[in-house]
Design a binder for this molecule. Structure first.
Ligand code: ATP
Ligand code: MG
Length: 254
């Protein structure tokens, strides 16, 4: 087992020189029982970019993210991470290969402290748990509120603080792709802005790629590229600076 470089960067094994894609989804078809949920989905996230998936309630956004994480298996199609085929890998394997996932509804553990919740994130590191169980300063620079609360129970935090904890925990695994499912859902506006700027800093300063599902237009606009989903299929995409009012009205609950 080889140690990681001390700077925490995840080394790319056999990089696919033909593409700079961190995530490539091709012809993905996913069913719940006999109901066909995702239809022929093609999507990619370029390395170092933030991509936002938009779409109304129930169109299949969470289903897509769960399939990326390996919680659901596609009936057809493929998923690549940094060029490597991961379609048949388990969620644990995908976590160790560098996907950090923050599910919708932020599943932190209420009866563990903030620090203990963060330590759980170490399990996703390649090669297993790190030697040191210290929380890196960068985590607290991104989410200063967590520093003042390390000994508090997760369940005592506000919704916005829990969401910050959930993102921080995902970062503890040193992902190369961070997958966020509606991180601002049900959170008060001032905290939405904090989460938004933390995610922007993550992309800019660490080079981590982000796949985000989000409904708040302000946040959506921070992404580099958008995909719009309807009835389980991708029906529009482009740079977020070109998001038209028509697209916004059709695919966001504004
Ligand atoms: N466990 C399940 N079993 C069967 N059908 C499901 C299951 N989970 C979701 N669905 C159905 O799959 C479709 C897509 O759901 P999904 O949760 O992916 O939508 P979403 O776009 O994330 O919605 P929201 O904006 O409300 O989070 C919906 O019609 C939903 O009812
Ligand atoms: Mg959802």
């Amino acid at each position: 087992m080889s140690m990681n470089p001390t700077n925490g960067a995840v080394a790319f094994e056999s990089p696919n020189m033909a593409s700079q894609q961190m995530l490539e989804i091709s012809d993905l078809n996913v069913y719940y029982g006999e109901s066909h949920i995702l239809r022929n989905v093609d999507m990619s996230v370029e390395a170092g970019k933030m991509v936002c998936l938009i779409g109304r309630n129930g169109v299949g956004k969470t289903t897509l993210l769960k399939t990326v994480m390996g919680l659901l298996m596609p009936r057809r199609g493929s998923i690549r991470l940094g060029g490597q085929l991961i379609t048949t890998k388990t969620p644990d394997q995908r976590a160790r290969l560098g996907i950090g996932y923050v599910p919708q509804g932020r599943e932190i553990i209420p009866r563990l402290t903030v620090k203990e919740n963060l330590i759980l994130g170490l399990e996703a590191r390649p090669g297993g748990v790190a030697k040191s169980q210290e929380i890196p300063d960068e985590i607290f620079e991104l989410f200063p509120v967590l520093k003042t609360m390390v000994s508090r129970m997760g369940g005592d935090l506000s919704g916005g603080q829990q969401q910050q904890l959930a993102i921080a925990r995902a970062l503890m695994g040193r992902p190369r792709l961070l997958v966020l499912d509606e991180p601002t859902e049900g959170i008060q506006p001032s905290i939405i802005l904090e989460i938004e700027s933390a995610v922007q800093r993550i992309v800019r300063e660490t080079g981590i790629s982000v796949l985000l599902v989000e409904q708040h237009l302000h946040f959506v606009r921070k992404a580099d590229w958008y995909y719009a989903m309807q009835k389980g299929g991708i029906v529009a995409q482009g740079p977020t600076r070109e998001l038209s009012n028509d697209v916004i009205q059709r695919f966001l609950a504004v």
